[in-house]
Write a protein that binds this ligand. Structure first.
Ligand code: ZN
Ligand code: ZN
Length: 409
């Protein structure tokens, strides 16, 4: 990655997600990692030391944001992970981070697994990857979505220092302590697992996890730290309990009902559907390494996800892009665009991966926009994504440059 202090991109159509417009040919200038100015028509004369990039009529848009990733989960084979050291886990995670950046994601929000060490390595340029907004380990009750112990394992969960997707905390005091510990380690948000999940072997999708008191304790701790809680939830009961307790963001939400949609609107909360995860996992079938119970649960949520997204979209819910792909499925990270395009116009799908995602992350005006002052995280693509989202989903053909903080990757 080269690091010029100033970059001028000329001959480019500028795509503004805010209003879903694409300008006539223009230019965009970055200085010290930020967007300095934009305009149409003739570009300003480039001063000495400014790198000029002729986009030759391509489109410049803000770098994409994926708000639901698990960098640390680089395999579906839990038995294999048991033999891996923390160092090996981390190196594998950072290798995936670089691939995400090269797909066009300049910011990712990790909702289970990534830690401050990974974020620091990326910040310091020791590894190449997106801006990493991490939440540390997800909180799970015993027997919940984050409790992956086999049934023969009666050991008491321990060893919170090992990199992992989640940690177990039962009871209000333990939830508070775990939340405080994750915030101590720099978590930008707290992920709490409130219903059964596909990958966990021993819980039901329709099961509600955690009591109301425990959820309220997590929300209170997050608010004390000026952070927020986001929850893994499929079922209306779990979503309802979460939103009433003050949770700001719901992940998945495949089975949500109209009352849930009403509450999402009333609370101005966010929904992060992750349709591509189910489509891709179903494609793996029996050879996936997932337990047989997972494949049955997959069918339960997969078919209803798109209809849930469509209803939420029509109602005007804050929708944010998420992929939730694990292990070998990561290469499909852009395919969530394809699925959403079935029920949403391209401009709306783009906002979910730019402006709306930035708002969820508390970074409105900082990322996901071409507005002056924002980080110069940019994509240069051949074609018009507002007309055809495959411009984004086929980076090999269309993605000419990824620019992070003003530096061409
Ligand atoms: Zn989840
Ligand atoms: Zn997830």
């Amino acid at each position: 990655m080269t690091r010029p202090t100033r970059l001028l991109i000329t001959n480019a159509h500028l795509l503004h997600p805010e209003d879903g417009t694409r300008t006539d040919r223009g230019w965009i200038e970055a200085a010290d990692g930020r967007i300095a100015a934009t305009g149409t028509g003739r570009p300003p004369a480039a001063a000495e030391g400014v790198r000029v990039l002729d986009a030759a009529g391509a489109t410049v848009l803000p770098g994409l944001i994926d708000a639901h990733v698990h960098l640390l989960v680089t395999t579906l084979d839990l038995a294999a992970v048991a033999n891996w050291t923390p160092g090996y886990l981390t190196v594998r995670a950072l290798a995936e981070a670089e691939r995400m950046l090269r797909r066009g994601f300049t910011t990712v929000r990790d909702v289970g697994g990534a830690d401050h060490g990974m974020a620091r390595a990326l910040d310091e340029g020791l590894a190449l990857g997106p801006r990493l907004i991490f939440g540390g380990k997800a909180l799970s009750q015993t027997g919940g979505h984050g409790d992956l112990r086999p049934l023969g394992d009666d050991s008491v969960p321990c060893c919170e220092s090992r990199p992992d997707f989640g940690r177990i905390a039962d009871g209000v005091d333990a939830v508070r302590a775990a939340a405080r510990d994750e915030f101590r380690k720099g978590a930008a948000h707290l992920k709490v697992l409130l219903s059964g999940g596909v990958a966990s072997p021993h819980d039901e999708i329709a099961a509600v996890q955690y009591s109301e008191e425990e959820i309220r304790a997590a929300v209170e701790e997050a608010e004390n730290h000026n952070r927020y809680v986001t929850v893994h939830a499929y079922h209306p009961r779990a979503i309802d309990r979460a939103l009433r307790a003050g949770v700001r963001c719901v992940e998945h939400g495949n089975l949500l009902d109209d009352a849930n949609i009403g509450l999402l609107l009333e609370k101005d909360a966010f929904l992060v559907p992750t349709l591509v995860a189910y489509a891709q996992t179903a494609g793996l079938g029996a050879g996936s390494g997932l337990p047989p119970s997972s494949l049955g649960k997959l069918a339960e949520v997969r078919d209803q996800g798109l209809a849930a997204l469509e209803r939420a979209h029509r109602a005007g819910v804050n929708l944010v892009y998420g992929s939730d792909l694990l292990g070998p499925l990561h290469p499909a990270q852009l395919e969530e665009f394809t699925l959403r395009a079935e029920v949403q116009p391209p401009a709306d799908v783009l906002r979910s991966a730019t402006t709306t995602a930035a708002r969820l992350l508390g970074m409105a005006g900082e990322i996901g926009t071409l507005a002056p002052g924002a980080h110069a995280d940019l994509l240069v693509v051949d074609g018009d994504p507002l007309d055809d989202l495959t411009v984004l989903t086929r980076p090999g053909r269309h993605l000419k440059h990824v620019i992070k903080a003003g530096a061409v990757v």
